[in-house]
Design a binder for this molecule. Structure first.
Ligand SMILES: [Zn+2]
Ligand SMILES: [Zn+2]
Length: 336
């Protein structure tokens, strides 16, 4: 089959930014030396762009897993322009297709079934999805968000301001204009791109299938370290409406922590969580599946035990729920 035409704009963008960062950074460090000012600017902008994608583009807009105050949405809309991954509207539209058709060769826009390279970056280098490029019918809800539509309309000037203007201003303040453009501009952008792209590539091949094996998504703490918590991708693909990806307190999920912190100061609300019984049920089913695959003679006994544990678990979570409701009622009465 003939391959679709190359998207030269994307190819040049990824190639040029990569080459400038890869060649420029060692040369700059060799001739100018290390600078704490530049390093701080690099880290701050990298975190800002990255978390705008994970907590904003992904969990807030694509999945509606929580609601953000307009100031938070504006903050993430600008951070998303800095990350240079297209507008919220476009990103969320692609991402909803990814969840709906995960692993399908043609309908999942960054399907891992077409290989690691395709899922990582290849899908953006040719006109693979031209037929639905301007089809935003799956993000009608987001079209009601004024900030989303404003960012979509002015994406080009916003992305130029955030990626060139902001590093330039930082450079003028530090007296290191070229250094800031290189380190806080190019290098930060390239590292930000590839770490986020790992969620589509690496997080679909490397790690554990803790909750489901019906799709390729994996849970991996190492990937979570690079992606602001998005490495718990197996959990995410089965419970995508949950504002968390790492559900244990020790799971590295700064996006979750940020959303929770926003909720403490009234900037986030309606933080959605999956039903804990359903989560543990999925985990147990996968555990049994793994044991049975290795020791098939245990199948019958395990399935009997499974029914018993399930019934006990259901009773446990039911009681816990009743207890929480009761506690809330009492607290309300005490306040009244
Ligand atoms: Zn995925
Ligand atoms: Zn998702």
């Amino acid at each position: 089959m003939k391959k679709p035409p190359i998207l030269w704009l994307n190819v040049s963008l990824f190639t040029i930014t990569f080459l400038v960062a890869a060649v420029g950074t060692p040369l700059y460090l060799f001739y100018q030396g290390f600078s704490w000012g530049l390093f701080t600017a690099f880290a701050a902008l990298a975190i800002y762009a990255g978390i705008s994608i994970t907590a904003g583009y992904h969990r807030l807009w694509s999945h509606r897993a929580w609601d953000g105050h307009w100031s938070v949405r504006l903050f993430f809309a600008l951070g998303g322009a800095l990350a240079l991954q297209n507008s919220i509207l476009h990103w969320a539209s692609d991402h909803r297709e990814h969840h709906k058709h995960v692993d399908h060769k043609d309908n999942d826009p960054y399907s891992i079934s077409r290989g690691f390279w395709f899922a990582h970056i290849g899908w953006m280098l040719r006109e693979y999805h031209e037929h639905r490029y301007n089809d935003y019918s799956n993000v009608k809800d987001l079209q009601k968000d004024k900030i989303v539509m404003w960012q979509h309309k002015y994406y080009l000037p916003l992305m130029l301001f955030m990626n060139v203007g902001v590093p330039l201003l930082i450079g003028l303040a530090l007296g290191q204009v070229w250094g800031a453009l290189l380190i806080a501009g190019f290098l930060r952008l390239v590292i930000g791109h590839h770490t986020t792209f790992f969620i589509n590539s690496l997080a679909h091949v490397w790690g554990k299938q803790t909750f489901t094996d019906r799709n390729s998504a994996r849970d991996n703490g190492w990937i979570a370290l690079l992606t602001y918590g998005e490495g718990y991708h197996n959990f995410h693909h089965i419970f995508s409406g949950d504002y968390r990806n790492g559900i244990r307190w020790y799971h590295f999920d700064p996006s979750k922590w940020l959303i929770r912190a926003f909720s403490w100061v009234g900037l986030a609300k309606n933080l959605k969580k999956a039903n804990p019984y359903q989560i543990e049920k999925a985990r147990l089913e996968m555990k049994i599946k793994r044991v049975v695959a290795k020791k098939p003679w245990l199948a019958e006994r395990l399935h009997e035990e499974y029914e018993v544990i399930l019934a006990e678990m259901q009773a446990y979570y039911q009681t816990q729920k009743q207890w929480l409701t009761r506690r809330k009622q009492i607290q309300r009465q005490l306040r009244a």
